[in-house]
Design a protein around this ligand. Structure first.
Ligand code: DX5
Ligand code: ZN
Length: 213
């Protein structure tokens, strides 16, 4: 069970120190939004390059952008260990996943809540992780969508015994994480649950224990 906190709800003017507050996280989840694929704008490549210089944590980049084919490889080149693109936005997802891997990062595909996994089943052979959105992408602090639970189960079945991580993102908290784990998720993004707490690292540990229970 991996906990990968999103810094979206952290103090974005103090990223290095915010990241240092979660030493026991398995990765730092960084949400890149372009105000086109989603109606919100966050940060991009120069900020990720700076973050890389300030932490040894695994960087888990979640690209919520149009034209990931053009931009995703640069994040791998910047030293991110994992780069996730949305299948709804990618023009040539097989080529893109292979390019990300060629550059030394884990390749990952994300699906918004209404996107069926079955359509993208053939891509499972090209990726190291599947990210299932459990809210509509764009904002932190939204309510978890229970309608995604059957898709988590279906994705776990399709993955079978392959070594592909299954990440859930959106509304993950002490209250919802057990349902996700039970359905087959093994990697959990939590944004507001972690960064709205007085002790973010304690929440990371608590979430991992709850997922494992
Ligand atoms: C939303 C982002 C998430 C977000 C999660 O589009 O992809 O990573 O930060 O935040 P919470 O955990 O608050 O839903
Ligand atoms: Zn995310």
């Amino acid at each position: 069970m991996r906990i990968t906190p999103s810094i979206l709800n952290a103090d974005l003017a103090n990223l290095a120190s915010e990241i240092s507050r979660i030493p026991d996280a398995d990765a730092v989840h960084i949400d890149v939004m372009d105000n086109s694929f989603v109606p919100n704008l966050t940060l991009g490549l120069p900020v990720v390059e700076s973050i890389r210089r300030h932490t040894d944590h695994m960087l888990d980049i979640h690209l919520m952008i149009t034209d990931p084919d053009r931009w995703a490889p640069a994040y791998a080149e910047a030293g991110a260990e994992s780069v996730t693109f949305h299948v709804e936005a990618a023009h040539a997802p097989v080529r893109l996943a292979r390019e990300i891997r060629r550059l030394g990062a884990r390749a990952s595909m994300a699906l918004s809540p209404a996107t069926p996994i079955e359509v993208f089943e053939s891509l499972l052979g090209e990726v190291d992780m599947v990210l299932l959105m459990t809210v509509e992408p764009g904002f932190g602090g939204q309510a978890f969508l229970d309608m995604v639970l059957p898709k988590i189960r279906a994705t776990r079945r399709l993955i079978g015994d392959r070594d592909i991580w299954l990440q859930v993102d959106g509304g993950v908290s002490a209250e919802t994480i057990a349902r996700c784990a039970e359905a087959g998720a093994d990697t959990f993004v939590a944004g507001s649950a972690v960064y709205r707490a007085a002790d973010p690292n304690a929440i990371v540990t608590m979430l991992r224990e709850t997922a494992q229970a």
